[in-house]
Design a protein. Structure first.
Length: 528
């Protein structure tokens, strides 16, 4: 029996003053290759001139582009064939931001890859010899552009999280200011100003819920969170390029509607719903399943899905099915990895992760080739500065005032923690920090300020949204040994007591948001 509290997010509706003290109380528990083929690109050295934000020369409308050789067309050098790489570009979208960012890359200027997503992007399934797709992509770009010593990887992904968490804690993982240094160790540049030249890659198609929404509508809390994340990514300083990379897990689809577990339903992720936002915001989008599904069906080397090295997996779904998955044969033959997945959730570093890196690289090289044909102009800069359209989902504006209390900042809010312990349940390099209790009746009390200087609305509508904040508590759910928790307000605020069981049926342990509105006090308290 246990309860796990991780992070605290606060959303003001609108921003106001006040103080919230919230109590968590545990109730009765339930039982519980590297691609060595890459050709070096010959760099041209044009005279520098004053540049605009997008990197367009005010004096000469040309790009400092390299002479690219035909590495992209050398299909024998890729694990993923070119036909499938092209299939994986499910929506080209508006390429102007990518053109601007990649122009900096090929011009030997600082270039930043930022990733957000779940455990796949965090690196699960990768190793030091066969790294995860973000690390592999970073290494490939360093090989392709050896003279650019300022290609930096910023991996902000967190395992078991959903886009709802990242939409509140975005700045914790994609910082506005950062020290940027070359991992190659040959040169280090420190940036005190806003991050330039960013490409932000978003991966949540498997982690985010995708079924069971009322009336099959997109207007629900999960899709609203994803839209806010897309808007926030586009609205970040220096207006970075954004790519949505949709992951696909053959084994993750639950058994339903006559599809046996492990049969790989093609539509068993949130991709088809994410595509609505891709099209609305013209976001370049990559689809792993569009690229590899036919290769799965052909059972080709490197794309085999039926030989996971897993003792067993149990899904308690609508049909309450158990399945034993044994290795169907040697994972490698003559040193060649046959499996696409390392386990039932995550890709293998030598195959699945490599394919994901190749898919992103293929799109980037296509944009680089376009840059060589059509150098940047001031029209590109004007397009890059276009404002976002109104939200697709009514009133779903992203907030610049959201506050994320994570790790030590969360701990600073805690005023009572009898029976609770602050621990790290993650692995080396992948922390999972939070407060845990296994003692029934234990209390965790924290005090939260929502001060903004705006007066409270003193009227009959004092308890409506104008005088509320939305508190979002990040909690871990799991399939065994979890308990039940109550949340209530103690002083300086009012809210309805809520109770939640942390036990779920599916065999996984996600971090999810528990949201509840809290009324404010008429006493203005300054922030701590």
């Amino acid at each position: 029996m246990r309860i796990f509290f991780s992070w605290l997010m606060l959303t003001c509706m609108p921003p106001h003053a006040g103080c919230t003290r919230v109590r968590g109380r545990q109730k009765h528990p339930h039982t519980h290759s590297m691609l060595s083929w890459m050709t070096t690109l010959e760099q041209s050295s044009l005279t520098e001139s004053s540049s605009s934000r997008c990197g367009v020369s005010r004096r000469r409308m040309v790009t400092n582009a390299p002479h690219v050789k035909s590495a992209q067309e050398d299909d024998s050098a890729w694990l993923l064939p070119i036909r499938n790489r092209n299939l994986g570009i499910s929506y080209a979208g508006e390429s102007t931001r990518l053109r601007c960012a990649l122009n900096k890359l090929i011009s030997n200027q600082p270039f930043v890859l930022s990733m957000i997503g779940g455990s796949v992007t965090e690196g699960n399934g990768g190793t030091k010899t066969d790294p995860s797709w973000p690390v592999k992509l970073h290494m490939l770009l360093q090989q392709l552009f050896p003279k650019n010593l300022n290609i930096t990887l910023k991996n902000g992904a967190r395992g078991a999280t959903q886009s709802s968490y990242m939409s509140y804690c975005f700045s914790e993982h994609v910082p506005k200011n950062a020290d940027v240094s070359s991992d190659a160790g040959q040169l280090s540049s420190r940036f005190i100003t806003l991050l330039p030249n960013q490409v932000i890659l978003i991966e949540y198609a498997v982690n985010d819920p995708w079924q069971g929404f009322p009336n099959n509508t997109l207007d629900n809390k999960d899709r609203r969170a994803f839209e806010k994340l897309v808007r926030l990514s586009h609205d970040w300083p220096k207006r970075p390029a954004v790519i949505i990379l949709n992951y696909y897990s053959w084994w993750k689809g639950e058994q339903f509607q006559g599809y046996p577990l492990g049969s790989g339903p093609f539509w068993s992720n949130a991709e088809h719903q994410f595509d609505e936002f891709s099209h609305y915001y013209s976001v370049p989008t990559l689809s792993l399943k569009a690229a590899v599904y036919r290769l799965f069906l052909q059972n080709l080397t490197g794309f085999q899905v039926g030989n996971q090295r897993v003792k067993s997996i149990h899904y308690s779904t609508l049909l309450h099915v158990s399945l034993q998955v044994d290795s169907y044969g040697p994972p490698t033959i003559n040193g060649t990895e046959h499996r696409f997945y390392k386990d039932v959730y995550h890709p293998h570093g030598a195959t699945g992760h490599r394919v994901m890196a190749e898919l992103v690289l293929h799109q980037m090289l296509a944009v680089v080739k376009d840059l060589l044909r059509r150098p940047l102009t001031l029209e590109d800069e004007a397009l890059q500065q276009e404002t976002l359209p109104r939200p697709m989902l009514k009133g779903n504006h992203h907030s610049q005032l959201d506050m994320c209390h994570f790790a030590e900042r969360f701990n600073a809010l805690v005023s009572e923690s009898g029976g609770w312990s602050y621990i790290d349940e993650g692995t080396e390099g992948r922390p999972k920090l939070g407060w845990v209790s296994s003692i029934p009746g234990s209390r965790l009390v924290f005090k939260l300020s929502t001060f903004s200087g705006r007066p409270l609305v003193k009227s009959q509508q004092a308890k409506n949204r104008a005088n509320e904040v939305m508190v979002n508590l990040a909690v871990m759910e799991s399939y065994e040994q979890m308990g039940v928790v109550n949340v209530s307000c103690l002083s300086g605020c009012d809210c309805e007591t809520q109770q939640r069981s942390m036990t779920i049926e599916e065999k996984k342990s996600p971090i999810v948001l528990w949201s509840f509105p809290v009324g404010r006090s008429h006493v203005l308290l300054p922030p701590p």
